[in-house]
Design a protein. Structure first.
Length: 151
């Protein structure tokens, strides 16, 4: 599990186009690494669109945005195209990243238990150190960009 003050892993994963995404690709920039449960669901779409709509403001503030879910690259391509997302989506199909960051675990919905991704955002500084974590209970999917910009 990754905590505030920890160094994020160098290799983050593979994006929707099969390209490896590394921390060093973003040297000198802060990273908004946000984990979400599933492409094309209402909360995940609202969160992605909040980040999309404020993308230029986030970039001006020195941030790069990277989304992560366990969905396939093909699912990510459809989600990204449909919602015109300007940032990479990592297809963590083997659950390496969700497990490393401690955002994979048992969830409950209508009394049924299942394994899934906890919606969590990690703010990683220019040196690759986690400086802030927005926990599942804190994430506001409709206004997530403001949560990041108004630190």
């Amino acid at each position: 599990m990754i905590n505030i003050g920890d160094k994020a892993p160098e290799v983050l994963g593979v994006n929707e186009n099969g390209q490896e995404i590394k921390l060093s690709d973003y040297k000198g920039r802060k990273i908004v690494l946000y984990f979400y449960p599933k492409d094309n669901t209402s909360g995940c779409t609202a969160q992605a669109c909040s980040l999309r709509d404020a993308y230029s403001d986030l970039r001006k503030a020195g941030y790069e945005v990277i989304g992560v879910s366990i969905d396939s690259a093909a699912s990510h391509i459809k989600f990204k195209t449909k919602n015109e997302l300007p940032f990479d989506l990592i297809a963590d199909t083997d659950k390496t990243l969700v497990e490393a960051f401690g955002v994979w675990g048992e969830k409950k919905l209508y009394g049924r238990a299942y394994m899934g991704t906890f919606r969590t955002t990690f703010i990683i500084n220019e040196e690759g150190i986690v400086e802030r974590i927005i926990s599942p209970k804190e994430v506001n999917t409709k206004d997530h960009s403001s949560q990041i910009l108004n630190l």
